[in-house]
Structures are given as structure tokens and as C-alpha cells.
Design a protein around this ligand. Structure first.
Ligand SMILES: Cc1cc2nc3c(=O)[nH]c(=O)nc-3n(C[C@H](O)[C@H](O)[C@H](O)COP(=O)(O)OP(=O)(O)OC[C@H]3O[C@@H](n4cnc5c(N)ncnc54)[C@H](O)[C@@H]3O)c2cc1C
Length: 372
């Protein structure tokens, strides 16, 4: 598997290849196969995967830099890196030999795994309405999911459903389902505000027959499977927020230097400098929170509250920074010609992915209360 790609070369892929392809992606909502293959060649899908699966086994502290680099480009780029380098974890931890073998197909893009928890009919967690009922050596699974990232091209789906009475400790179970499972409907008509080309979909299934051998983990271990990589993923996502906010700041600085009003670049105005300084301070604070959580994770310490704290801060931070960057750009920033127009929309996705601000607040408040 060799050495990981150099960081500058990695970033070039997002700022040049992905940027160039993006207008077409935004128009069609499709990630071209050729770009998916080039992403694999740029090591996007192998950075953190263990060596045994053909990955670079990159530690989180180093991976943060790569996530920031990816997030400087269109949102689809950081989505590819963030999701792929997280979703192998439950397969590695809970999978049987056959399920683990799929991980080896991720680095070159031959396998794409989607993680499926969210429902329109149920609340995320023990309130899921998708239901699996045992039928001999099989399960009959019925229900729906939505907002499932890269469902358009996923070869496999980790599906978490209720398999016991609602609310019971052992209510949920995870399954690892191949795309071509009979009765598994993938409706890719769910388009999002930003992050175009990320293939979000509705999933529907009624009495879908799933062999017990496709169960991921034990019966009743579904919540554990779902939560097993959530803290890691929140840090990874927060690094993406830092990277996208940094790009918004860079765009604001560049624009302020070239936009001249009343004979002076607006970068010379104290009001604009105030915005630039505020954005920089916000981003630096977020970056340090992310690094703190990542360091604890890498050292094998408990980092659940720090991951939620980083995410809570960074999702508000990226909102503030993209707001201010748009203001610095004036009316031009509100047009499709300005990169900040896209960045502004892409940034809003962070408010929901892997738990809303309100859910992070619950985790953080629980931690603070327990200490006082
Ligand atoms: C870009 C993007 C990608 C995504 N990718 C995936 C994916 O790949 N797989 C997947 O499974 N999901 C995915 N999601 C879904 C995402 O995880 C959910 O949108 C998110 O967890 C919030 O759940 P919800 O949409 O059902 O919101 P709701 O639960 O409907 O929440 C609505 C509002 O009520 C609040 N709320 C809800 N319950 C409580 C409570 N108990 N206490 C306090 N406040 C509460 C929320 O904070 C929010 O403000 C994605 C979402 C987005 C936007």
C-alpha cells in the first residue's frame, strides 16, 4: 500500500479535479465514475483503513489535516473522505469474516458502504420504526430510511432496525445488506440544499428476506454498532467544518483585497478587518477543540464529551464564519459565480449530520452536570 499521498497533492485533487467537475455534478446530482476512481487513486478511501485491508492506518491527529484539506473543496469531496474512513469501523469491530472481506474492496472504490439509521417515521435511536422479525434462518425486515448518504452508489448498506419491543435495552439489531437484495428499494430523488452529488436516498423495504448470516453483531447490539464510531466520526466531521470555514475565510480575504470601493481595497477598512479577525479567531478555537478531542481519542482516553463539545462549537462556528464571509463578499457573494455561495449551502449540512446541535447539547450538558 506504500506511503500515504502527500498532503499538498491530496488537496490539489479537491481544489482542482473536484472543483472542475462540480458544476456538472451540481446540475446532474451524479458523482461521475471517473472522478470516483480518481478519488480512489488520490488515496481518499484508504487513509485510515488498517494495513490488513490495504489502508494506510493513519492516526486521527494526522488524518485531521487531510480532512481539512478535503473540506476546502466542494462538499462532496470531504463527504467521500469522511464517510469512507469512518464506516469501515463497525464492520471491522462487529463483522464476520465474509463481512470483513468487503473492507478490502473499499480502498480502490469497488465497495461503497452506506450507513442507514435515520427514519422519517421514527426518532433516531430506540425509537426506530423499521422492524425485523425472525423467520427460521432468515429475518423479514420492513420499514423505511431517508437521508442516506451515497445510497445512489453504495454496494452495501448497514441497516439498523428494531428487533424487539420498542424501548427495550436490546431493541435494535444491525444488518449488512447487499444492494441487490430483493425487495430493497433505493429512491434517489431526495436532493439536498448543498453537498450535491452525495446521492441521498429514501430506502423502502417490506418483508425483505435477509439471511441471519447478514446480521452485523449480535441480536440487540444494533445501538452499540451505531454508536461504536459516532465519537470518532464527530471529531472527523468537526475537522471538515474547520476546513470548510478556513476556505470561507480564505475567499473573504482574497475578495477583500481585490474589491476596490472609493479608491481603496475593502481590506483596508477597519470594519472588514474586524470580520476577518473574528472569523480567524473562531476557526482557530474550533481547530484547537478538534485537536484536543482527537488527541484524547488517539491516546485511548474517553473523549465522548470532547467530541460532542467540538461538534457543538464547530457547527455554530462554521455557520458564523460562512455568514461573515458572505457579508464581506457583498452582493456578488450571493451570486452563483462566487464560491462562497456554494460553501454557504454546503456548510448547513453539518447542522444535522450525525446529530443536531440540540443532541450535542444533551451530551455536553450531561457531562457538565456529572462533574458538578
Ligand atoms: C447531509 C446529511 C447527510 C446525512 N447522512 C445520513 C446517513 O448517511 N445516514 C443516516 O442514517 N442519516 C443521515 N443523515 C440524517 C441525520 O443524521 C439526521 O438528519 C439527524 O440525526 C437529525 O435527525 P432528524 O433529521 O430525524 O431530525 P428530527 O429528529 O426530526 O429533529 C428535528 C428537530 O427536533 C430536535 N429534536 C429531536 N429529538 C429531540 C430530543 N429528543 N430532544 C431534543 N431535541 C430533539 C432536533 O435537534 C431538531 O432540531 C444525514 C443528514 C444530512 C443533512
Amino acid at each position: 500500500m506504500g506511503q500515504p499521498i502527500a498532503l499538498d497533492k491530496f488537496q490539489k485533487f479537491f481544489l482542482e479535479d473536484v472543483e472542475e467537475a462540480y458544476p456538472e455534478i451540481e446540475r446532474t446530482e451524479i458523482l461521475p465514475d471517473a472522478l470516483h476512481r480518481r478519488a480512489a487513486e488520490a488515496h481518499c478511501y484508504r487513509l485510515t483503513l488498517p494495513n490488513e485491508y490495504g489502508g494506510h492506518e493513519m492516526q486521527l491527529m494526522e488524518f485531521l489535516r487531510y480532512l481539512e484539506a478535503a473540506a476546502a473543496g466542494p462538499g462532496i469531496g470531504r463527504m467521500l473522505v469522511h464517510t469512507t474512513n469512518g464506516v469501515w469501523r463497525p464492520l471491522h469491530q462487529f463483522g464476520n469474516a465474509e463481512q470483513k472481506a468487503i473492507i478490502s474492496k473499499i480502498p480502490n472504490g469497488d465497495a461503497v458502504v452506506a450507513f442507514c439509521l435515520t427514519e422519517q417515521t421514527g426518532g433516531t435511536g430506540r425509537d426506530l420504526k423499521s422492524r425485523g422479525v425472525r423467520d427460521g434462518d432468515n429475518w423479514l425486515i420492513s420499514g423505511e430510511k431517508h437521508l442516506i448518504t451515497f445510497a445512489d452508489r453504495a454496494t452495501h448498506f448497514i441497516l439498523v432496525v428494531a428487533t424487539d419491543d420498542r424501548g427495550a435495552e436490546d431493541s435494535l439489531t444491525a444488518f449488512f445488506i447487499p444492494r441487490d437484495t430483493p425487495g430493497f428499494e433505493i429512491d434517489t430523488s431526495q436532493h439536498t440544499m448543498g453537498l450535491h452529488g452525495t446521492g441521498h436516498a429514501f430506502l423502502r423495504y417490506k418483508n425483505m428476506v435477509v439471511p441471519d448470516s447478514q446480521r452485523l453483531g449480535k441480536v440487540g447490539q444494533g445501538l452499540e454498532v451505531a454508536l461504536s464510531f459516532l465519537d470518532y466520526s464527530r471529531v472527523s466531521l468537526s475537522a471538515c467544518m474547520v476546513g470548510m470555514a478556513q476556505r470561507a475565510l480564505d475567499e473573504a480575504v482574497a475578495f477583500s483585497k481585490r474589491r476596490v470601493t472609493f479608491g481603496q481595497p475593502i481590506s483596508t477598512r477597519q470594519a472588514m478587518q474586524g470580520h476577518i479577525a473574528t472569523m480567524h479567531a473562531d476557526i482557530e478555537a474550533g481547530r484547537h477543540l478538534v485537536e484536543h478531542a482527537a488527541r484524547l481519542c488517539q491516546d485511548g482516553e474517553d473523549f465522548t464529551p470532547q467530541a460532542a463539545t467540538a461538534k457543538l462549537f464547530c457547527l455554530n462556528m462554521v455557520g458564523r464564519v460562512t455568514d461573515l464571509s458572505l457579508r464581506v463578499h457583498g452582493g456578488w457573494g450571493y451570486t452563483k459565480a462566487a464560491p462562497i455561495e456554494r460553501i454557504y449551502r454546503d456548510a448547513r449540512g453539518f447542522w444535522f449530520e450525525e446529530g443536531t446541535a440540540e443532541i450535542q447539547q444533551l451530551v455536553v450538558a450531561r457531562y457538565v452536570m456529572s462533574k458538578n
